[in-house]
Write a protein that binds this ligand. Structure first.
Ligand code: FAD
Length: 766
């Protein structure tokens, strides 16, 4: 007796892909989804002229459904190159949000059929060779799907050869490979290599499942695998009738009785109902599936899991100290572990290489609360909160800890057109925000890089291209919805949890996970956008002249300058960018001219464009940083000659590869320093230096620049020492933050990114 293999019990449908009414299979797939089935599958019979092409249908159905998983039942492999199957599968998996599964087979039984003849260029394959070829196909599909491996695929099989084929794309989830068929050779192949076995139940011989399982299990053990890794999927069909008339022919209770032994004793993990009849589909979903789940839970020593189980190879890569099997059910399906295929996509952030032990990806505030419950039980590990993954301190990833990635909460919605009030999820990127607001004639001042996420920036500050005209991003914040350390979901605004709202605007990362931001945005039309390459042979002079020109400029203008280390034999060049919030060419030129005049120019470009097009400067590629970013940063009121001389010495050292000064001032200074946690309202500039050597950068920064700086903006800091916190928040502000930390996160759950120490003295005794 094979027994149950401990997989989550799933239900699917098998639909005929008729082409006479092509909408019918699509409607049945949508109905399957609405009824709660886990999977919809379509026959793939290339010899059947009445059928749609299954792969094309899968792609179409993927676009018309949201949740349900999709598969051919089963895909005729000899018709297609396995490398192409892998590419198509990965692409459809990406497009569908991780919903494609691969069920593969050797094709129709007709020896003159398309599939049989297509195999090996028209020559027929005997059944043994067909299974061998399928085995090689699995190797090729898996190799091409393994896009985390940088080397091209080389494969020298009897049936398939690849000589340096490119891999990828990286699918959105681990695409399981199930094999369909009952030939003993195929069953052995299932045991040796596949993730699942898919068969059609012969009602006359329900014992066939047991016999086949035996062959699969033996082959699995022989290959050093645990048979429990292999999911067993069964196509079943039957008739609902008032009285019991035979196997799967009777009332729903009779179906449950018939199917129960298959689940409990023969380990079937997925039951796929073959039907094109909506009434049968509905009745099965409502009366059979839930009753069968309950009956199986009662009959088995322990209830079946409600979430997907990972294979041995994935489990082997688990990190110590994480209760992987206790991940809340609401998060388990989207959680990513080190052995998962999409781990490469989530492990690092933009500037810091990471290797977290578990990435949880909640989609709702309730799921964030679930994730925080799990995190609270793992206080011994680092905890990263990730939105857009651009945090320069890099703490949205870690090594061996937990990451709560809210990147999927990324909606952008207009709440009130007249009040220009918008609600934005933390996972939205600023380029998406700019693009969404542009059609309304609006913009929200953000940062300078479109790939940065809303979550990290809008809890810290937001120094961007419209800063001098429109202030910081947080100056536009009107409310947040956030999940606190204890799991409470709260709103904070000037009138609700006002002290929390004060803290979130500058020190948000210490107080919870923001799941929605409400901003009042500005009317912003076309803008002037300039890029100059200026002679930086006299860096100190350039800095002081540029600083003075920017401070003297009207608020419409915001500018930034980038300088680098000395370049052997080449002139020193500074890159100066500026935005002018005006669509009047004369105004733009008049405001830019003093900035352009601060040094002889090598190149210049001035355009009138939209804020959104300036922000559309990032790619969608996953972050693949390695190592640790090294930076120092600070705020300064004026670029004095003394500061400029110190900066010139810093640059001349060659230790800094990227020296960046942004203008602030203007509207930023209009806000009362006590109005929110971001308090350094008198700063006109923000200075950052990136280096490759921590100690050398620290020594030069502390020795040369620090004395000229007043305060800092933590978004660009990578030095996590407590002194930086004291620079970011003046004493009164820090004291208030510590009191609030004690109130909202007394145990320091949010501690990885510039942790504020709770003021225990303010603890009130009950
Ligand atoms: C290329 C580049 C350009 C930049 N340009 C600018 C700029 O012009 N102006 C500017 O102001 N900043 C800029 N930044 C800095 C940027 O604002 C911060 O790094 C910001 O934290 C990134 O946000 P994120 O959501 O992408 O990052 P993440 O790495 O996802 O998060 C960073 C940190 O923010 C906290 N956090 C994230 N999400 C949440 C949440 N939902 N709730 C509470 N806390 C959260 C966490 O502590 C996390 O470690 C830039 C960064 C980069 C890499």
């Amino acid at each position: 007796m094979s027994g149950n293999y401990g997989h989550r019990l799933e239900f699917g449908t098998l639909v005929t892909p008729v082409n006479a009414s092509p909408d019918t299979p699509v409607a049945l797939a949508r109905r399957s989804e609405a009824l709660g089935y886990d999977l919809v599958t379509f026959v793939d019979d290339p010899d059947q002229p009445a059928h749609l092409d299954t792969w094309t249908l899968l792609a179409w159905v993927a676009g018309r459904t949201d949740r349900i998983h999709l598969a051919a039942n089963v895909l005729t492999v000899p018709l297609r190159s396995p490398a192409v199957i892998a590419r198509s599968a990965a692409s459809l998996d990406l497009l569908s949000g991780g919903r494609l599964e691969l069920a593969l087979g050797t094709g129709g039984r007709d020896p003159d059929g398309l599939a049989a003849v297509a195999a090996r260029g028209g020559a027929r394959l005997d059944p043994r060779a067909a299974v061998d070829a399928l085995g090689e196909s699995i190797d090729v599909v898996r190799a091409v799907l393994d896009a985390g491996d940088p080397d091209p695929v080389r494969y020298d099989g009897e049936h398939h050869r690849l000589d340096g084929a490119p891999r990828g794309p990286l699918p959105a989830h681990h695409i399981p490979i199930w094999l369909g068929g009952t030939d003993p050779r195929l069953l052995r192949l299932v045991g040796a290599k596949a993730d699942g076995w898919l068969a059609t139940l012969d009602p006359a011989d329900p014992d066939a499942v047991r016999t086949s399982n035996k062959i699969i299990d033996e082959a699995a053990r022989a290959a050093g695998r645990d048979p429990a890794e292999i999911r067993r999927l069964l196509n079943v069909s039957g008739r609902f009738s008032a009285t019991r008339q035979g196997f799967l022919n009777g009332p729903a209770a009779g179906w449950v009785e018939d199917l129960l032994p298959l689940v409990v004793e023969n380990g079937v993990g997925t039951i796929i109902l073959t039907t094109d009849d909506v009434a049968t589909m509905e009745r099965f979903a409502r009366e059979v599936a839930p009753a069968l789940r309950e009956a199986a839970d009662r009959a088995l020593p322990a209830p079946l899991p409600r979430t997907a189980q990972r294979g041995v190879a994935v489990r082997a890569k688990r990190r110590p100290g994480i209760a992987y099997d206790e991940v809340p059910a609401s998060l388990a399906d989207r959680a990513v572990e080190p052995g998962d295929v999409d781990y490469a996509r989530v492990k690092s952030n933009y500037l810091r290489g990471g290797a977290p032990g578990l990435v949880l990806r909640p989609r709702t505030p309730a799921e964030v609360a679930d994730a925080l419950t799990f995190a609270r039980a793992h206080r011994h590990l680092p905890l990263g909160i990730r939105s857009g993954g651009h945090g320069i301190s890099g703490r949205s990833t870690n090594d061996g800890g937990i990451v709560i990635d809210v990147g999927g909460i990324n909606g952008i919605e207009v709440l009130d057109e007249d009040a220009r009030l918008v609600r934005i999820g933390p996972g939205a990127r600023w380029m998406d925000v700019a693009a969404a607001l542009a059609p309304h004639g609006w913009a929200l001042t953000s940062g300078d890089y479109g790939g940065v996420g809303v979550g990290g920036l809008a809890t810290a500050g937001g120094v961007g291209w419209l800063a001098r005209k429109h202030g910081l991003t947080i100056d536009h914040l009107r409310a947040v919805e956030m999940v606190l350390a204890d799991g409470r979901v709260v709103r904070a605004s000037e009138t609700e949890n006002a002290d929390l709202f004060w803290a979130v605007r500058g020190a948000g990362a210490n107080f919870g996970v923001v799941t929605a931001f409400e901003f009042e945005v500005d009317e912003v039309g076309p803008v002037g956008w300039a890029q100059f390459a200026l002679d930086a042979g006299d860096p100190a002079g350039l800095l002081t002249r540029w600083g003075a020109a920017v401070e003297a400029a009207p608020r419409d203008l915001t500018s930034a300058m980038i300088m680098g280390p000395p370049r052997l034999g080449q002139p020193a060049v500074a890159q100066v960018m500026a935005m002018v919030d005006s669509d009047d060419p004369a105004t733009i030129v008049a405001q830019l001219q003093p900035v352009a005049d601060v040094a002889p120019g090598y190149d210049q470009q001035v355009v009138i464009t939209s804020y959104a097009s300036v922000m559309a400067n990032a790619s969608d590629a996953p972050h693949q940083a390695q190592g640790e970013p090294i930076s120092r940063t600070g705020l300064i009121e004026h670029l004095t000659p003394e500061f400029a001389a110190a900066a010139a010495r810093l640059l001349a050292s060659g230790v800094v590869y990227f020296f960046h000064i942004r203008s602030i001032g203007g509207a930023v200074t209009d806000i009362d320093p006590d109005a929110m946690a971001w308090s350094h309202r008198n700063a006109n500039f923000h200075v950052t230096a990136f280096g490759r050597h921590r100690a050398r950068l620290d020594a030069l920064w502390d020795g040369l620049l620090a004395e000229h700086l007043r305060g800092t903006y933590l978004s660009f800091e990578t030095d996590l020492r407590p002194e930086r916190l004291a620079e970011a928040f003046p004493p009164r502000t820090l004291a208030r933050l510590r009191t609030l930390k004690e109130r909202y996160d007394p145990d320091g759950l949010f501690r990885d990114n510039f942790a504020i120490t709770p003021d225990t003295a303010s603890r009130t005794t009950p």
